[in-house]
Design a binder for this molecule. Structure first.
Ligand code: SF4
Ligand code: SF4
Ligand SMILES: [Zn+2]
Length: 494
């Protein structure tokens, strides 16, 4: 009798949540042809199968090669009581410190983007007080000592009446790199505002929303024609030499064919240090993405974005984009050395061993002829950039040390893919490695995806109900009759 095989490989099990009731459910990781799926089953809501990668080799690379010992924060903020993801955070079960911490200072915004996970808008007027924000900054410092990156966010943070006092408060603390996450409207419209921002250089970076060069796409993503104000914002940032990252939220059918164009556009501005790509997620105002017809084909994965960068950019090839070891399931990066118009990808010369050894390892670049050639070319020019760092790893989280004093942040261009998981593609194993966290006034630091799913706004109430159910079940378990297990039953003679 010949047995039938299932039409896929059963690669692993993990945990996720049911996207309807948000209860933890077991999930299987299945590989079919070149695609990887998460298949979950909820007793109340049935089976759900979600595409999590369209490149099985990439998925395995992230799972099997880019694995390193988790780096711990200086302290944890909550206890393990209900189990992940209901104990955020950071609870002692979390497996990565905060590489980047968001501080949301306001709910107010001058746009109302259809893709906004914070559901901000002009009608929402609540700003956090300076005292609350200082408490959040203190919590980040207490967790991290010297935080790598703190990102002032919102809503639209530049609309906070105490915006500059907040930057001063951040500056007064030992934060290595300060970012402002903005839609750029004030930067594009108010030259005096940008001039004041420039006082915070170096060490300040603008994280500029930049989905497209075309108003048609910007209407779909942001509900407004923004191409002109983006152009003016970049001119202002360039004039003042303020480090900038372009942040592109990518939606299939709208701007996924524009990735290369945005990267090449970024390279035209000296102030732009790189492009961050974020596949849209089903959260906030964009919730329901997966309920739409054809959703299975709409979800963009890290592996697909990596391929599109390689196909479209003309700068980075597939081998130049590697998983970020802190959280390889959801983050990928490519770094290039940049000298004038010459852009040379760097990551291909940095093997996984160096990346996995962490930011305190040192690459002996003399042993790598190709890398040496690139670095030598930079040495041999008369660069005198201001604000030089002593080594790249002082500037770039996750990169090993390359002792090259004449390199500055201006000579680096990076592409990052940052995927925020939602209730559909959530893998709790990957969530435990999240290194992008959001500070709370009560001192908690919550993984960003967990915050959007379980703790933001009305979500907190649902999480409280789930916690109450878990507490009742735990109580029943604790008071139940103890089960006697004999050594034979336990299957172990020792
Ligand atoms: S996501 Fe991290 S912090 Fe939150 S409950 Fe899970 S392990 Fe703890
Ligand atoms: S995504 Fe940003 S710019 Fe758009 S509404 Fe939300 S906070 Fe405002
Ligand atoms: Zn369910």
């Amino acid at each position: 009798m010949s047995r039938k095989n299932r039409p896929y490989l059963f690669y692993d099990t993990t945990s996720s949540v049911c996207s309807t009731c948000l209860q933890v459910v077991e999930a299987k990781v299945l590989i079919k042809d070149e695609s990887v799926f998460l298949e979950k089953w909820c007793p109340a809501h049935g089976i759900e199968r979600v595409l999590i990668s369209d490149d099985a080799a990439w998925y395995k690379l992230a799972r099997e090669v880019y694995v390193k010992a988790p780096e711990m924060p200086e302290r944890f903020n909550t206890q393990m009581t209900y189990g992940c993801p209901y104990d955020c955070g950071l609870c002692p079960d979390h497996m990565q410190h905060s590489c980047l911490t968001l501080i949301e200072i306001t709910e107010h915004c001058n746009l109302r983007c259809p893709v906004c996970f914070a559901e901000s808008g002009p009608e929402r007027l609540k700003h956090r007080t300076l005292a609350e924000i200082e408490a959040m900054l203190d919590a980040v410092v207490a967790n991290e000592g010297e935080p790598d990156v703190v990102q002032i966010s919102g809503g639209e943070p530049t609309l906070h009446p105490d915006f500059f006092a907040i930057l001063d408060a951040a500056r007064a603390r030992p934060i290595r790199h300060l970012m402002v996450n903005t839609n750029g409207l004030r930067i594009g419209r108010e030259p005096d505002f940008v001039a004041r921002l420039a006082d915070y250089k170096p060490g300040l970076e603008i994280y500029l929303q930049f989905d497209s060069l075309r108003d048609e796409a910007l209407q779909a993503m942001r509900g407004a024609n923004l191409a002109e104000v983006h152009r003016r914002a970049l001119e202002q940032l360039e004039a003042h030499g303020i480090s900038t990252t372009l942040v592109m939220t990518v939606r299939r059918g709208v701007n996924q064919d524009e990735i290369g164009e945005v990267i090449r556009h970024a390279l035209q501005w000296r102030c732009v240090r790189g492009v961050t790509l974020q596949p849209e997620q089903s959260a906030g105002r964009n919730e329901g993405l997966d309920a739409q017809p054809g959703a299975q084909h709409r979800r963009l994965t890290v592996s697909e974005l990596r391929r599109r960068i390689a196909e479209q950019s003309g700068v980075f090839s597939l081998e130049d984009i590697v998983p970020v070891p802190c959280n390889p399931d959801t983050l990928a990066m490519g770094y290039a050395l940049r000298l004038g118009d010459d852009v040379q990808p760097l990551t291909r010369h940095v093997g996984p061993e160096a990346l996995l050894a962490g930011p305190h390892s040192t690459i002996v670049f003399e042993r790598d002829p190709a890398l040496k050639a690139q670095v030598f070319r930079l040495f041999s020019t008369n660069l005198s950039p201001e604000g030089q760092a002593s080594c790249l790893s002082d500037l770039l989280c996750c990169l090993p040390r390359i002792d090259a004093p004449q390199l500055s942040y201006e000579n680096v261009f990076r592409v990052l893919i940052v995927q925020f998981m939602d209730a559909h593609n959530l893998d709790l194993r990957a969530l435990k490695k999240s290194c992008v966290h959001i500070a709370q006034p009560d001192g908690r630091l919550i993984p960003f995806e967990a915050f959007n799913l379980f703790y933001r706004g009305d979500r907190a109430q649902r999480t409280e109900e789930i916690r109450a159910g878990i507490a009742q079940a735990t109580q029943r378990r604790a008071t139940g009759r103890a089960i006697q297990v004999s050594p034979v039953d336990a299957g172990c003679g020792s």
